[in-house]
Design a binder for this molecule. Sequence first.
Ligand code: COA
Length: 318
Amino acid sequence: MSGIKLLATGSALPQHVITNHDLEQIMDTSDQWISSRTGIRARHHCRGEESHTGLCLEAAKKALERGGIRPHQIGVCLVATLTPDHLTPATACVLQRELGLEEDTVCFDLNAACSGFVYALHTAECLLAAAERKYALVLGAEVLSRVIDMADRSTCVLFGDGAGAALVQWREDYPSIHAVLGCRGDDRVLVVPGVNKREPSVVHMEGQDVFRFAVEALPRCARQVAQKAGITLEEVDRFVFHQANQRIINFAVKKLGVDPAKCTGNIEHTANTSAASVPILLDELVEKGEVKPGDKVLCVGFGGGLTWAGALLEVARS
Ligand code: COA
């Protein structure tokens, strides 16, 4: 036995909220179309001085403060993202300076799209096993408003900005998170532009193909995690699924046969924030007291890559 447990969380959302009714004013869409197909009613977009790094800093500071851990105790700092302010320096490197982490802290950004946060949790668990300092900051953060095409109504209504942070501790007597990670290389159905100038500079998505992938990958991954951890799905206290589309989650919940009350989300006000969605939801649930010390939380991300990732994260008892 050895692994990580969750000590504390934090999150940050940009001030500016765009509702479906706001979008009705600038494009041919309707609140009815968006909410009935996705469950989304509003999303946050960065404006002015707000940035990816700024959101990460806010979320990380909250997690550190709530966990009562000082920056010099952190051994690993990871940021899962596909929309960093810079390709280099990594946001995690800027956090090292701004939070005052030690210079030998392992800091890097990781891109596994919407599965990124869970990929990063697993990476942190592995790195902490060999690290001198056994605490890690694991973040998921996106500023997707910078890469969406506001002229493409079939994609721009779906995405929002935000950041979430988890403070975790590794101990020999803690259980592993039993991560299940996977990928099926596909550069057709969901593409976010990089530095290749020959590609369009905005998000491209084949919505129905992604939908079909998600409704298969999400329940499969959740089952595999429970199996690996040696527990039944009924023993899970809370499911935290990537908030891509309420209909995807409804399909998965039905397929898994789990209690829908354990699977509620926040897509209504955040939309899809890719790598940030799992830690933002986790933070909201912790803040509302719906995730409590001792709880077993099964997190699943899925999306671009195509990737999927699941883990059973236990909340530490204080
Ligand atoms: N408002 C109004 N109409 C819209 C619209 C919008 N924002 N976007 C598309 N439409 C129209 C289309 O133009 C199309 O019109 P047509 O029939 O006249 O051609 C119609 O609505 C249906 O489009 P379609 O793409 O078939 O809709 P859909 O039922 O597949 O729903 C998604 C689209 C994107 C909501 C759905 O495919 C989906 O959720 N996919 C998964 C996306 C996702 O979760 N991605 C992230 C994974 S991490």
